[in-house]
Write a protein that binds this ligand. Structure first.
Ligand code: PGA
Length: 252
C-alpha cells in the first residue's frame, strides 16, 4: 500500500559538475523503474542545475534543510518558496547533523515542518537517538519526545509527510542498526503517530530507515513490511551504488 521511497542525502558533497556527472550515469540505470519513488537531495548550490538534469526523469528533487519563512532579513537562509522555485518537492528536516552540529532545536524544526507543509513541500522529518541514549534504554522516550515536539500543533494528511528513523550512532559509521532494531523503532513511530493522529494517517505515512544503508543491506531493511524505504548518505554518492539500492526498492 505504501510505495517504497529511497532518498539520497548528499550532505555537503558534490560540485554542480560532479552532480551532473552523477545524473548522467544514474538516470539510464533507473529509467523505467516506476515501482519505487526516488529522490535526490543535493547541496543548495546545485539544486537548480540538477532540476535541469532530472527534468525528463521520474527522479524527484529535495533540499537538505530550509528556513521557516519565505523572505526577509535572515542572512544565509533559504525559504520554502525558493526551494519550490528551483524544483524541489521534498525537504529533509531535523537531520541529526543539524541538531547536533548546528544546534537545531525541536521548536525550530516544528516551525520548519509547518512552513514546509504550508508550501506543499513534503518534509522528510528525521528522528533518532544517540548511542548513549540507547545504552541507557532511553531510545523510545527520546524519539517519542522528538515526534511530539516536532509535530506539535500540526495537522497532517497521510502522504504529506515522510518520517525517517535515523539512529545517530548508525549515521556515517558503517554500523547500521539491525533490521529488528529498525523495525521495532519504526513500528513504535507508527504507533505514536496513530496516537497523535489516527490509524488511517499512521498507515499512510511512509517511514524510512537511515544510517549506513548500502547496496548490501538495503534488501534486508526493505523486507520488513513496516520499513518503507531508506535515507541514504554515503552510499548515495556513487551512481552505481545508489542505482543498485534503487533497484532493490522494486522488490522491497
Ligand atoms: P549514511 O547517512 O548513509 O552515510 O549513514 C545517512 C544520513 O545521514 O541520512
Amino acid at each position: 500500500m505504501r510505495k517504497t521511497l529511497l532518498v539520497a542525502n548528499w550532505k555537503m558533497n558534490k560540485t554542480c559538475q560532479e552532480a551532473a556527472a552523477f545524473a548522467e550515469k544514474f538516470l539510464p540505470e533507473v529509467a523505467g523503474l516506476d515501482g519505487v519513488d526516488l529522490v535526490i537531495c543535493p547541496p543548495f548550490t546545485c539544486i537548480l542545475s540538477m532540476n535541469g538534469s532530472l527534468s525528463s526523469s521520474q527522479v524527484a528533487l529535495g533540499a537538505q534543510n530550509m528556513f521557516w519563512t519565505d523572505r526577509g532579513a535572515y542572512t544565509g537562509e533559504i525559504g520554502p518558496s525558493m526551494l519550490i522555485d528551483v524544483g524541489c518537492r521534498y525537504v529533509i528536516l531535523g537531520h541529526s547533523e543539524r541538531r547536533q552540529i548546528l544546534g537545531e532545536t525541536d521548536v525550530n524544526i516544528n516551525r520548519k515542518v509547518k512552513a514546509a507543509l504550508e508550501a506543499e513541500l513534503i518534509p522528510i522529518l528525521c528522528v533518532g537517538e544517540t548511542l548513549q541514549e540507547r545504552d541507557n534504554q532511553l531510545a523510545l522516550e527520546v524519539v517519542k519526545e522528538q515526534l511530539t515536539r516536532d509535530l506539535k500543533d500540526i495537522s497532517l494528511q497521510g502522504d504529506a509527510i515522510v518520517m525517517a528513523y535515523e539512529p545517530v550512532w548508525a549515521i556515517g559509521t558503517g554500523v547500521n542498526a539491525s533490521r529488528e532494531d529498525a523495525r521495532e523503532m519504526i513500528t513504535f513511530i507508527r504507533n505514536h503517530l496513530e496516537k497523535m493522529y489516527d490509524r488511517e494517517l499512521a498507515q499512510k505515512v511512509r517511514i524510512l530507515y537511515g544510517g549506513s544503508v548500502n547496496e548490501d543491506n538495503i534488501a534486508d531493511f526493505l523486507a520488513e513490511d513496516d520499513i518503507d524505504g531508506a535515507l541514504v548518505g554515503g552510499a548515495s554518492l556513487q551512481a552505481a551504488s545508489f542505482a543498485k539500492i534503487a533497484k532493490a526498492g522494486i522488490n522491497g
